[in-house]
Unconditional design. Sequence first.
Length: 125
Amino acid sequence: MTVLSKTLGFALAVAAATAAFAAAASLAVGARSLSAGNAPVTSCGIATLSATRTVDNSGTVTKVTVAGIPVACNGETLSLTLVDSNGAVLASVSAPISGTTAAFSALGSVSAPSLAGYRFAVMGA
């Protein structure tokens, strides 16, 4: 019985691996695009973004300005997430891109000492 169960387990593992490789074979990866089937997804060319924060006298982050946005991203949506040192989300906002910088001010009451980093995402129009 153990030989039969090992054989069936091996056959299932081979079938699962074959299915995974077959699905991955339909993906084409290029320097600026990723496509699956016939639906290409292109990048607007973001290599790096930088963010600076404005803090009021009580230590609350009142604004975050994101710079380094390529002109090719105009019309798309930039999402900004503020995280603490554990990666927990402190605030998340998004806005349409129109220019090479974006300012976000509806951040709630994020304490400046708890802000450890930023996460960015650009979503196509």
